[in-house]
Design a protein around this ligand. Sequence first.
Ligand SMILES: [Zn+2]
Length: 248
Amino acid sequence: MVVRVTASRPVTVTSILEGQPLILVNSSAHEYWGVAGIHAMARPGRRMVRIRAFDELGREVRREALMEVVAGKYETEDIELSPETAALLDPDLLKAEREKLQNIWAQVTPRKLWSGVWQQPGGMDTTSAFGTRRSYNGGPVTDYHGGQDFRANAGDPVVAPAAGIVALAEPLKVRGNSVWIDHGMGVYSGYFHLSEITVEVGQEVKPGDLLGQVGSTGLSTGPHIHWEVRVHGIAVDPLEWTQREIGP
Ligand SMILES: [Zn+2]
């Protein structure tokens, strides 16, 4: 979701969605914008975006905007895991890895580093779509798929879909060899299960730059590309970024 605010004079703008601060930055003279993600398991219904603007004399204007969260069309799938792969679902291990990534996603570069529509980072057709409800080894649905999986062969290239700066490039227990790119505005994209990583933290990437090679490291049932996009830490549908330009 993109929020845009136009003011008639210079202001400082703050905004809140669902109790969470939504960071708005200048896009032109008196215009401000920000991006927010809606959780894939969120209940459908109305949400209020609350905006407060202050001018240089400290005078305040408040605005509220209602938006409607509608139900997505998500499938359900059961994943068969071998005992040693299932051991990677250990709650302590999952928590430690999630916290490490949350610390990265919390760092907001307050400008848009990408431009235009994103490209698919490699692979072929989709094998598991974003938001698919998941159970493991016939158990109850406990999870959802936070990314988009593409069919790919081991060793195939995985490339940057859009410009950004590499924020993480290292092996993780659950996600395997991983790369995360900071695209600015609180938007990050991630690539898991790589056999090889070919970038370093701090490196600038352009669309099409090689990030690594397809593999099956970590919690994975075979070589594929898992592509994830996070907006202020919330996983969103990566394909949306390839279908339209998201910007101010
Ligand atoms: Zn996946």
